[in-house]
Design a protein around this ligand. Structure first.
Ligand code: SAH
Length: 469
């Protein structure tokens, strides 16, 4: 940058112009568009200039220049320009000598005038034609109606400062309001109406700051929602939900809530996590009550932690309402206690899914010897694809092949199905009928407490009775 384009407020300031002819007239025209008091000295001629505060047909005295905020000298003739500059130097006001950058303290950039919004194109006085051409391109890009938007912004600025004292909150409001219908109305020239509309928006916003609730929807059965989840669903403006949210649950949500599905569609692609964050932030910033509804519990293999972090970073109020996690739902619906005085003193939830980006060959960097202890229940989420590997690891670390495993698919839903098998048989069981819905593995002695006629026929109940003995 050769020069720094500055912006000089001229409210209640006096600008003195000394000059003649067309050069002077051009600068007068420009300065009359500002709120400055414009005083003109025309020593060489006496044409009448309209719309200025005062016009004198003489050179100014030192006293005339004393209070000037800026001085502009505009003569075509270099000798006159130099004389004007010399006089101007008796004052401390910054000086511009039109077309003689060497005599000037400051240059006037090429200006795009959009009311309160002004854009200056400066080249440090070296290439005025380039500056003008650039201005033409910007003129085309910023239509004159932007002046109305700028007027709207100007009128809104003081009341907004009062209504939203916090700087960050205010910036967020500006970001939203400049894209809002109010700005659109301003663009149509209805500035006063637009301001009123925006201020009404501020009021409702103040009453109702945007907020995001991460809500656990439970494993599927709508009756397993918490009372709080139900209330939040009935109050939501926006609901962002995914595939694991059971049928029937969305029917309980407020009718006119806006709904965003972010789970896997037919294309089998779900919305990337960062886009979900953006969506939550965007909706909350519009002042909406957003419910982010997640299967099970938001904080159990639900990426709820990442969402909370993203929202906090964006300065958005966020609350978490727990849900019944799949392990608890499936255990209850199949009558398998996860802990039991006789069979399991502890329970661990693991995910069978490798982190995105990890090699598919070596997921599950877990402490397998601890997980293979007897009298310990292991519940595997997202473990269908890696079940063979999980069974293999557990057996290699000492779990017996006849350790019971319950595979629960669509737990707590109308189409729930369960299969009791063993660690040694797990792979074959899954391969025989691969689960299509969400499925959970409950591994450990307690799984044998599950009974069902089909399993009895298969003779697996034998294991159970042995354990119960
Ligand atoms: N936050 C959820 C878990 C999300 S991970 C929760 O707390 O339950 C997704 C995995 O959860 C699925 O792959 C499956 O292993 C399990 N899951 C979710 N709902 C289930 C259901 N109704 N029945 C069986 N497993 C389920």
């Amino acid at each position: 940058m050769l020069a720094l384009p500055l912006s000089w407020p001229l409210e209640n300031r006096r600008v003195v112009l000394i000059g003649a002819g067309a050069w002077l007239a051009r600068k007068v025209t420009l300065l009359r568009r500002t709120p400055a008091e414009v005083v003109v000295y025309q020593p060489a001629e006496q044409s009448v200039l309209e719309g200025i505060s005062a016009s004198h047909a003489r050179w100014p005295e030192a006293a005339d220049l004393k209070d000037a905020a800026l001085i502009v000298v505009a003569f075509e003739d270099r000798a006159l320009a130099e004389k004007g500059a010399e006089l101007a130097r008796t004052s401390r006001a910054p000086l511009n000598v039109v077309d003689f950058p060497d005599l000037s303290d400051f240059h006037v950039p090429a200006i795009i005038d959009r009311g309160p919004l002004s854009i200056g194109v400066a080249t440090g006085g070296t290439a005025p034609v380039l500056a003008r051409e650039t201005r033409t391109r910007i003129e085309a890009a910023i239509p004159p109606s932007e002046a109305f938007v700028a007027e709207f912004a100007l009128a809104l600025s003081a009341p907004l400062r009062q209504a939203i004292p916090n700087v960050d909150d205010r910036r967020r409001f500006w970001e939203a309001v400049l894209k809002s219908p109010a700005a659109e109305q301003a663009r149509q020239g209805q500035v006063a109406e637009a301001v009123a509309l925006a201020l009404k928006d501020v009021e409702t916003r103040a009453e109702r700051q945007g907020v995001v609730h991460l809500v656990g929807a439970g494993p599927g059965d709508p009756e397993l929602l918490t009372l709080k989840a139900l209330r939040l669903l009935s109050e939501a403006d926006v609901i962002v939900y995914d595939r694991l949210v059971g049928d029937g649950i969305m029917d309980l949500a407020r009718r006119d809530a806006e709904r965003f599905y972010v789970g896997k569609a037919r294309s089998n692609h779900s919305v990337p996590q960062d886009q979900i964050h953006d969506l939550l932030v965007e909706q909350a910033r519009l002042g909406k009550r957003v419910v982010r509804l997640k299967g099970g519990d938001p904080f159990v293999f639900g990426r709820g932690g990442e969402e909370v972090e993203a929202l906090r970073q964006a300065g958005i109020e966020v609350h978490v309402t727990p849900g019944i996690t799949a392990a608890l739902g499936c255990a209850a619906s199949s009558g398998v206690p996860l802990t039991h005085r006789d069979h399991a003193q502890s329970v661990t939830f693991i995910t069978g899914h490798a982190r995105d980006g990890d090699s598919g060959n070596q997921p599950l960097m877990l402490d397998w010897s601890a997980l293979s202890a007897s009298n310990h229940t292991l519940v595997v989420y997202m473990g269908v694809a890696t079940s063979a590997e999980i069974a293999d690891k557990l057996m290699r670390h000492g779990r017996l092949p006849d350790t019971p495993v319950l595979v629960v698919e669509n737990g707590t839903r109308a189409n729930e199905s369960r299969r009791l098998t063993s660690l040694g048989q797990l792979n074959a069981t899954i391969a025989a009928t691969p689960p299509k819905g969400p499925a959970l593995l409950i591994i450990g002695e307690v799984a044998a407490l599950y009974r069902d006629d089909a399993a009895a026929v298969a003779g697996i109940v034998e294991t159970a009775s042995r354990m119960n003995a």
